[in-house]
Design a protein around this ligand. Structure first.
Ligand code: ASP
Ligand code: MG
Length: 441
């Protein structure tokens, strides 16, 4: 069997959903299990709705627009409005509840955010059934997914694996399962974090021992750079798990970073495909590359980062300094992307959205800590970096010629990845130049 995950644009309106049904049908001899995201843009709208309700604003117009967006899709597919009546009713009550009590806990936010996927599975399953592929909608918890209780960033509990297998064993119809959401042991709805449907697909694929996990999106797979910055970016035919993980962590939007974890554990290949061009082979992600596939793959960047710079009174003899820093970040559950150290200082990068005030306050008890936000991170990924200095030599020669200030160079421990920071205002120019130098020559 295979898992086929369809992202927001692939279920964004009636046309794409009809195409989804064709894609599922084309693979029917491989017994697809379908995982879907919310209709494109809906999760953002749910977050906006929540905040509006919290602020006490009138949300009726926004709720009506969201309902109409889904009803339009149903109508265009020739499906009855009743398909999603229950979910819409529940959503409306929840939003008015938030408006009444003017309180929005992470738990309530996850419950609200879950409606995107809970609505889309109903529509997709109804359309599949109507178009000749008998299907059944499931919320992930109904088919065995149990998570911890970290709202907004939940992780599956180990018992999910056997439960998923048992739950889906007797299902004859094509299962259409919510991405992004789960439930904890108490039955509270949780979410796996934004973009988490890819991760859901990998969790189900690993539990079921799938032959392949297909991630259907709206581009031809992974690109050698963000096409919005580099119009000449090329499609990448093949990545290793390690390369894909680096790319996902360092800013490529195509795959959620956690996706590779279950796939690596069970050695299940992933394929990123374009639902608007299903005949394109997309990008394969596999455990091991052949010699000629171990090339340079992609250049990614993140401009929403924060750098925490920490200076200690001479670090000399202060064994345990790094450990104390790591401990502060770990306790505040801040994910660190990159780290550079010297005798007296440590610099770390995190996502710009990380809540750093309490971290800086704690660090200030034993060091001088501050947050810089004017830098951007560039990351060059490919297993070629393991075998030669061609890439770093050319990168730094170009940067020198461009007179770009470079900070925090990291030539990753596995050397799949060359990473550094440049001033934010020069990011686009540098990415364009380095792409030309490394991929277009
Ligand atoms: N709908 C969720 C989001 O927008 C999950 C996903 O699309 O992967 O973040
Ligand atoms: Mg996504």
């Amino acid at each position: 069997m295979i898992v086929q995950k369809f992202g927001g644009t692939s279920v964004g309106s009636a046309g794409p959903i009809a195409r989804l049904a064709e894609i599922v049908r084309a693979h029917r001899d491989r017994s697809p299990v379908v995982v879907v995201s919310a209709v494109g843009g809906v999760t953002n709208k749910l977050f906006a709705l929540a905040n509006q309700a919290l602020a006490g604003s009138d949300t009726r117009a926004e709720f009506a627009a969201l309902a109409a967006q889904h009803q339009t899709i149903l109508k265009e597919l020739g499906l009855p409005e009743a398909t999603i009546a229950r979910e819409l009713g529940e959503l409306e009550r929840l939003v008015s509840g938030i408006g009444l009590i003017r309180e929005l806990t992470p738990r309530t936010m996850d419950q609200l955010a879950s409606f995107g996927e809970r609505l889309s599975v109903r529509i997709v399953a109804a359309h599949l059934t109507q178009s000749g592929t008998p299907a059944r909608a499931f919320e992930a918890h109904e088919v065995g997914l149990v998570t911890d209780g970290r709202f907004g960033g939940a992780r599956p509990l180990p018992e999910s694996e056997a439960a998923i297998r048992a739950a889906l064993e007797g299902v004859r119809e094509c299962p259409v399962i919510t991405g992004y959401i789960g439930r904890d042991k108490q039955g509270n709805i949780t979410t796996l974090g934004r973009g988490g449907s890819d991760y859901s697909a990998a969790i189900f694929g690993a539990a079921l021992g799938a032959q392949e996990i297909q991630i259907w999106t709206d581009v031809d797979g992974v690109m050698s750079a963000d096409p919005r910055i580099v119009p000449q970016a090329r499609q990448v035919p093949m990545l290793s798990f390690a390369e894909a993980a680096e790319l996902a962590f360092f800013g490529a939007k195509v795959l959620h970073p956690a996706t590779m974890v279950p796939a690596i554990e069970k050695n299940i290949p992933i394929r990123v495909l374009n639902s608007f061009r299903p005949e394109h082979p997309g990008t394969g992600v596999v455990a091991r590359l052949s010699e000629d596939q171990r090339a340079l793959k992609s250049i990614t960047s993140k401009d929403r980062i924060a750098v925490v710079s920490i200076v200690a009174a001479p670090m000399l003899n202060q064994y345990g300094f790094l450990e104390r820093i790591a401990d502060v970040f770990a306790r505040h559950e801040i994910v660190v992307d990159m780290i550079a150290t010297s005798e007296v200082s440590v610099a770390l990068t995190t996502d710009a959205s990380a809540k750093l005030e309490p971290v800086v306050e704690e660090l200030s008890r034993f060091s001088e800590a501050r947050v810089l936000r004017e830098l951007a991170m560039i990351s060059i990924v490919g297993e070629e970096l393991q075998s030669s200095l061609r890439v770093p030599a050319r990168v730094f020669a170009r940067l020198e010629a461009l007179k770009v200030r470079v900070e925090m160079i990291s030539y990753g421990a596995t050397r799949n990845n060359l990473c550094f920071l440049v001033p934010r205002e020069r990011l686009r120019e540098v990415v364009l130049e380095l792409h030309r130098e490394l991929f277009e020559a």
